[in-house]
Ligand binder design. Structure first.
Ligand code: T4K
Length: 397
């Protein structure tokens, strides 16, 4: 099989190969010299971690920017997820999605909680709210949905179900930095929301994360938990972990915040360009634009249908050979991984939609420094020799 999509303009792809490879993402970095004064300050203070001045400032600045009341910084999103479950004393079974990064389900296993995987709605790639109720058992204590690609979950329906059955809701909001839903921060939904500030995320602090919580008392418990459980010098309240963000990461976050609006705007611009170019590409489908949402364009997934000339994996490889490194986020499904097979107890749980989506998805490169001609090169991979698109996008996934 040909290594380039048969529909692609070969000369453009050759140019892409010749130039440096394009990755699914590239971290945004501020000018290096702008970071030096922050480092000088840290050298001067000699406070490197443990809720130092930059840590405090970043927590406040993020609350202001995101429009939330309380936020606890973390060393990364995974430890924040693990801690969020501890903070709410979640046990037994938790309903979650199989279509996510492994950290979502891993955070449950790290707490000896059984993940109960429920199928997704292919129009959002998020937990299907119509399938949650049938998965609730006497052992269910919480729901852990993911705002996949930053697209809002069915937050109202999930809240209704949680209220009816007395369940907690912890959103894995790793992808949802800055997303607004119905005019407000999406992060206000649920009992807790967890962000990731990993290098690959919309807002990065190299590594980092946060828990958004509704009240000061919960934040205090979370702050104890991320500092070994210490409430004061001599009181340890719980077997907490070391989940603290360092002063270097926090200072970097403060500097990053100065550039975030511009970064988000550029991401949205790239998303619009992709949509415009790919909406009519035969055999390729896109997620619908979610209602009432100002998104963050954190990912740009495309779904390869049966009527595309190449299989998903062949297209993925062809793009890669052309120097365009998309990623199959999220393939394989978490539920198929060896450490999760046992949790299904041999019960026939239908995850057909998640499976279909996982087998078709490729996330295309999207990040603020992706330049217009790189976007053109990528889009032209889905065009025919004369540069016009191959067909209309009529197929339903
Ligand atoms: N929940 C969800 C839903 C998540 O998506 C994640 C993380 C978490 C929880 C956990 O949050 P953290 O504990 O990570 O804060 C990446 C990230 O490592 C991971 O953070 C992220 N999700 C996941 C979706 O993507 P990989 O294995 O794909 O990363 P990697 O190293 O292959 O990076 C992808 C591309 O990005 C590279 O090909 C090149 C580029 N890159 C990457 C890094 C790290 C750079 O240009 N510079 C860099 O420093 O998992």
């Amino acid at each position: 099989m040909s290594i380039v999509p048969p529909t692609a303009d070969k000369s453009i792809i050759d140019k892409a190969v010749a130039d440096k490879p394009i990755y699914v993402t590239q971290p945004s970095l501020p000018p290096l010299e702008d970071f030096i004064p922050y480092l000088e300050q840290i050298w001067e203070n000699k406070i490197l971690t443990n809720n130092g001045p930059f840590h405090k400032q970043l927590e406040q600045a993020l609350c202001d920017y995101l429009g939330v009341d309380h936020l606890a910084l973390f060393t990364n999103g995974t430890i924040a997820l693990v801690t969020a479950l501890q903070a709410l004393r979640i046990t037994g079974e938790v309903i979650t999605t199989p279509f996510s990064f492994v950290a979502t389900a891993h955070s449950l296993l790290w707490n000896n909680i059984k993940p109960v995987f429920v199928d997704i709605d292919p129009k959002t790639c998020n937990l299907d709210p119509d399938r949650i109720e049938e998965a609730i058992t006497p052992q269910t204590t919480a729901i852990m949905p993911v705002h996949c690609y930053g697209n809002p979950c069915a937050v109202e329906r999930i809240e209704e179900l949680a209220d009816t059955y007395g369940l907690k809701v912890i959103y894995d909001a790793a992808h949802a930095f800055g997303v607004k839903y119905k005019g407000e921060s999406l992060l206000k939904h649920g009992d807790l929301s967890v962000l990731s500030f990993h290098a690959t995320k919309v807002f990065n602090t190299f590594e980092g994360g946060a828990i958004i919580c509704p009240d000061a008392k919960t934040k205090q418990r979370i702050d104890y938990l991320k500092n070994f459980g210490f409430a004061d010098e001599v009181t340890v309240t719980a077997p907490g972990i070391n989940g603290k963000m360092s002063e270097v990461n926090a200072a970097f976050g403060l500097l990053q915040l100065k550039h975030i609006d511009k970064a988000l705007e550029r991401r949205r611009e790239i998303e619009r360009a992709y949509r415009e170019a790919l909406t009519d590409a035969k055999g390729i489908s896109l997620l619908p634009i979610p209602d009432d949402t100002i998104g963050n364009a954190s990912y740009f997934p495309i779904f390869v249908g049966d009527d595309y000339p190449l299989s998903r994996d062949a297209l993925y490889q062809a793009l890669k050979d052309a120097g365009i490194n998309g990623r199959r986020y999220f393939y394989p499904l978490i539920s198929t991984m060896p450490m999760y097979r046992g949790v299904l107890d041999g019960k026939p749980v239908s995850l057909d939609k998640a499976s279909r989506v996982a087998n078709r998805v490729i996330c295309l490169p999207i990040y603020p420094n992706l330049c217009d001609n790189e976007i053109e090169v990528i889009c032209n991979c889905f065009s025919n020799q004369s540069g016009t698109l191959v067909g209309s996008n009529s197929e339903e996934r």
